[in-house]
Design a protein around this ligand. Structure first.
Ligand code: NAD
Ligand code: UDP
Length: 330
């Protein structure tokens, strides 16, 4: 049943069945979020223009009576019939290769796209969640990064079409919340990995796994001493869902605080693919590549009682198994 009243998860934890819109629904994270929400019994409407997403990410839910897909660009106002209780704004190119290839589209989906969906949230009386990013912190001077840190971002750099647009999207979300009374949430997602990442979008974990499975050299940029903190996708998606159902309007970091160097990620991937003949090679560091990245998740722990559960070894093994099946058996 789809409720016409706005559904709420109160302190009692009583949950109604909701109709939930996910922009960027055919993307990596959204496909897992879709699985979680359908698993909870909700109806999901996915919207995507396939600029970086893939039909195969949602092939397993197409045909499910509780799932509907709309091919559309959320830069344009979205017409949607019937009630909507929740809007997750997940649409945006997300990899450095993706957002540099689609610079203007990235700026637009995080500005005009956020704007359109905030208007839709007011019209439908739906709660709105903005998927922002740790890139808001830029190349940080503090480690780990708490939400109170304002960041160090190059406004015209080779990441600016992404990090400045996400910063704008947060400002836009807060303005709609403060001035128009929109019911909003903001998450800052740190590097997340898992099945259904695009093998060719250049992000580090999937690149190393693809290279190792194909016996190609692993391409470490710079000296590999820059750090990242990797969260397995199902942990992250649980956190996203908990933020949406919380009562907190300001940004919440979501990620795994276990930090390591890129060179160590390469070594861990090779250790988990012992048959690989790959070596490690070093390449120039891309411009404005943050040297450190580690979430301070105290806020998420306190407000959501959330922290990641999957160890990197477990997560990498599950991801490698998925790509052994999908990459090597094609
Ligand atoms: P993804 O590229 O797999 O998914 C993004 C989806 O959005 C794609 O399916 C794409 O086609 C769609 N899209 C882009 N512009 C659109 C538009 N104008 N209209 C409709 N659909 C559009 O990336 P992802 O890793 O799943 O990221 C999802 C969201 O999470 C993004 O907003 C990203 O910025 C954010 N995020 C992800 C990470 C991560 O580590 N995966 C980290 C920080 C933030
Ligand atoms: N990286 C790398 N080799 C690759 C891809 C990425 O050394 O083939 C590095 C990249 O320079 C960065 C880190 O890995 O320091 C994470 O890159 P990714 O594109 O996954 O995400 P982001 O830089 O946005 O955190």
């Amino acid at each position: 049943m789809v409720v016409s009243e706005r559904a709420e998860v109160g302190v009692s934890g009583v949950e109604s069945i909701m109709r939930i819109l996910i922009s960027g629904g055919a993307g990596f994270l959204s496909s897992h979020l879709t699985d979680r929400l359908l698993g909870q019994g909700h109806e999901v409407v996915g919207v995507d223009n396939f600029i970086t997403g893939k039909r195969e990410n949602i092939a397993h839910v197409v045909g499910n009576p509780k799932y509907k897909f709309i091919e559309a660009d959320v830069i344009e106002p979205l017409k949607i019939d019937g009630p909507v209780d929740r809007i997750y704004h997940m649409a945006s190119p997300a990899s450095p290769i993706g957002y540099v290839k689609h610079q203007v589209a990235t700026l637009k989906v995080n500005s005009q796209g956020a704007w359109n969906l905030l208007e839709l949230s007011l019209a439908k009386k739906a709660r709105f969640l903005m998927a922002s990013t740790s890139e808001c912190y830029g190349d940080p001077e503090v480690n780990p990064q708490p939400e109170s840190y304002w960041g160090r971002v190059n406004p015209i750099g080779m990441r600016s079409m992404y990090d400045e647009a996400k910063r704008f999207s947060e400002a836009c979300t807060m303005a709609y919340h403060r001035e128009r009374g929109a019911d909003t949430r903001i998450i800052r997602i740190f590097n997340t990995y898992g099945p259904r990442m695009d093998p060719h979008d250049g992000r580090v974990v999937i690149s190393f796994i693809r290279q190792a499975l194909h016996n190609e050299a692993l391409t470490v940029f710079g000296d590999g001493m820059q750090t990242r903190s990797l969260c397995y996708v199902t942990d992250l998606v649980e956190g996203i869902n908990l933020v949406m159902e919380s009562n907190f309007n300001e940004p919440i970091n979501l990620g795994n605080p276990s930090e390591l160097t890129i060179l160590d990620i390469a070594k861990e991937v090779l250790a988990l693919i012992p048959e690989s003949k790959s070596t490690i090679t070093f390449h120039p560091m891309p411009p404005d590549d943050p040297k450190l990245r580690r979430p301070d998740i105290s806020r998420a722990k306190k407000i959501l009682n959330w922290e990641p559960k999957i160890t990197r070894r477990e997560g990498l093994k599950m991801m490698i198994d998925f790509y052994r099946d999908t990459l090597l058996k094609k």
